[in-house]
Design a protein around this ligand. Sequence first.
Ligand code: G3H
Length: 545
Amino acid sequence: MKIDRNSQLALHFPAPNEIPAEHRLSAPVHQRGFLIDGQIPAWNGPFKTVFSPVCTRDPSTGDVSQIEIGSYPLMSEVQSDAALDAAVAAYDSGRGKWPTMTVADRIACMHKFVNGMVERRQAIVNLIMWEIGKSLADSLKEFDRTVEYIQATIEALKDMDNGHSRFMVVEGTIGQVRRTPLGVVLCMGPYNYPLNETFCTLIPALLMGNTVVLKPPQYGTLLFEPLLEVFRDAFPPGVVNTIYAPGALVVPRMLATGKVNVLALIGSSRVADHLKKQHPKSHRLRAVLGLDAKNAAIVLPDADLDLAVKECLLGALSFNGQRCTALKMLIVHRSVVDTFLERFTAELARLKLGMPWEAGVQITPLPGPHRTAYMTEAIEDAKARGARVVNEGGGDFCSTLFYPAVVYPVREGMKLYREEQFGPVVPVMTFDAVEEALDYVITSDHGQQVSIFGSDAGQIGALVDPLVNQVCRVNINCQCQRGPDVFPFAGRKDSAEGTLSVSDALRAFSIRSMVAAKQTAPNRELLNTIVREHQSKFINTDFIL
Ligand code: G3H
């Protein structure tokens, strides 16, 4: 008898009473407030209903449906104009309380914020899990990593500022240089790391003295709700403002005002290109962008295949492949491809598929049926052009739950060859001469990272040299990844603009400005008096401990 694998998948979804009590949302989160100019007014307009990637199964009919977990305000242009104006007013052309505050005082505000955030850890982690279907273990990791990132950013800022707490005297000119804010930052993060990647731009932007309009991602909005009061209480009015509205409606409009000084977007290059063009004076807009990626793994004939399989599996399928750094193309030498595929599919079969709260779960539901539909479409396209799914059950799905598919051999002309699948489909192709693998990377529109698996020093060395000029990180015998966060995270071509390590992000959201004076006796006396009497926040030699 043929097993109906799709209804087997349905059994992974719980009946309503099977959701463990400790992991339920105590109640749906119906967000009724938003943060603007230091206030959280009640919203009386329309709402957007939020559905979880997690479905429940009706035990009598077997039907599955996504669980409604809450709602949030559905705003429009009036509110985005107001949010932007609040940020502009708080910046006040650089005269606002926040941009003129001492770095030490800004750090104190940020400590207050982190303390409030940590108190809400459980609520936020639970919302990450329910809103985007990330496993509980990874949701916890995302939260904790973000807190560590904030703390590391504070330390980096202290170092940076202390380094500037001195005068330089060059060619008869006394100078003091510090990093200063840029103005208003429009900050938009992605759904796959809604907290972490949003905060990787928001936090450095704030610490450098900018004011912010925050637009949460489409999936991953409610998790910011517990933080609204924390933002309000930690920062002066107007420093952080939130907007909940369709991006296409409000974001180009905000840019078209010319009032946004920095666009911080983790999203697609297509959207980024469109948005940048809206600014009336594009040279005034700084862009900090994390965009598309299609990182490849190149498996050389002498690679340790067990290691390559383990890393490629993690790289391709952690959080269902929904990482910008995920391995989205495996390029395996023809001489080892059969063994590689055999071991890879065997290891894949051991991955645990289930609900995000289950211990050890690795494959969880996707944001909506449109995502499983896209995965299916990409696989069908590859099949129609001569590839096949080589793992048992690969590509089966039930509503939002999709069993990972290994597709081989993938060739030019198939969607999977170039499109960023951002999900649990693993395209595999072969190469004979290493030039062919290199050529895939060179001809790609993406330029984030690559992984190489092999053991021959000569061959690895010879591959690294051209690859570092194509991408921004070459990983040897390990998957692609962003961390540790002190390392530069960047990309070429359509993959990024700007660099985001802990310290690079502080630079990205600031510009050096300086005070200079001729080295004369009256000027020396003047500057000394300013420092001694603390007459300026900029001209000072204080050391932040
Ligand atoms: O989605 C992109 C993330 O920044 C990747 O971070 O490599 O630590 O998963 P990760």
